[in-house]
Design a binder for this molecule. Structure first.
Ligand SMILES: [Zn+2]
Length: 275
């Protein structure tokens, strides 16, 4: 059973993984952020994917204090120069090494709250890209470690490999975003390394997220939306305020009041993101 030290914490919500740079927010970003503030969100960690979104996020943090910058390179973008012409998504070409240097400079200037999104993808990408994906992932982990920043990780279909790379480099501040690998591995890493797992707002519709909310150590649970994706309403657009839905579900599954679940997640956020 968990201790209740977190009850001295603040009552606020957090979205640790969101993409407010997505075109679906271009017409009503101010309203979306206003609704999040109205719901008592204390932080929205916007995750970058490539040069354009990384720079948009830095700009957003100047306009909206609630928005915190996580800069990264998405695994697909990390191998943009290796993708076949018939790859199903449009991916812009850019110099990945130059972007890694840019992220490092931003970390050096103290502009970042986290590193991410970064990681490994074996769903969309072929094995021939794994070596280059791993190089980029390792480079970003290294920046996170050197500047004491949490690393926000995408690990689709390569969860075990992502854990191994992180553990091998000695990463301590880790959040696995939208983790869909075996829950036993997640619980093992959460217990042995104190790593966190952020659960999206569609958790009620997913057995595996329910399992994680129920069984992870209480101090390893965070909330995210991956907005505009993974809406609690099938086919809908999610937005940061939807994290409240995961908090409500967490409370139900673990016998906590809504308020207790809220304070638990916020105190986990503060513990991982404290500098
Ligand atoms: Zn994402």
């Amino acid at each position: 059973m968990i201790g209740y030290d977190f009850l001295q914490g603040k009552d606020m919500f957090v979205d640790v993984h969101t993409h407010l740079t997505h075109g679906k927010f271009k017409d009503d970003l101010v309203d979306v952020i206003g609704r999040a503030e109205g719901e008592r969100l204390g932080a929205i960690v916007c995750n970058g994917l490539e040069p354009v979104s990384n720079r948009m996020i830095l700009e957003m943090t100047r306009t909206f204090p609630i928005v915190k910058a996580a800069l990264g390179i998405y695994p697909i973008d990390a191998v943009n120069h290796l993708l076949p012409d018939d790859f199903p998504h449009r991916v812009g070409k850019f110099d990945v090494r130059a972007e890694i240097r840019f992220i490092e400079e931003c970390a050096e200037k103290g502009l970042l709250h986290a590193i991410g999104e970064c990681g490994l993808d074996g769903h969309w990408l072929e094995e021939s890209t794994f070596k280059e994906q791993t190089f980029v992932f390792e480079s970003l982990i290294d920046i996170g470690i050197r500047f004491h920043l949490p690393i926000i990780v995408h690990s689709r279909k390569l969860e075990r490999e992502a854990f191994e790379v992180l553990a091998h480099l000695g990463a301590k501040k880790v959040n696995m975003h939208c983790y869909s690998g075996k829950s036993k591995w997640a619980i093992d890493y959460a217990e042995s390394k104190n790593w966190c797992f952020s659960i999206p707002a569609n958790a009620r519709r997913s057995d595996s997220f329910g399992k994680l909310l129920r069984n992870l150590p209480a101090t390893s649970i965070l909330t995210e939306t991956d907005a505009p994706y993974l809406s609690p309403v099938p086919g809908g657009r999610s937005e940061p305020r939807d994290v409240c839905q995961t908090v409500a579900y967490l409370g139900e599954l673990r016998g906590l009041s809504f308020h207790e679940a809220e304070m638990l997640v916020w105190s986990n956020y503060e513990a991982l993101f404290a500098r």
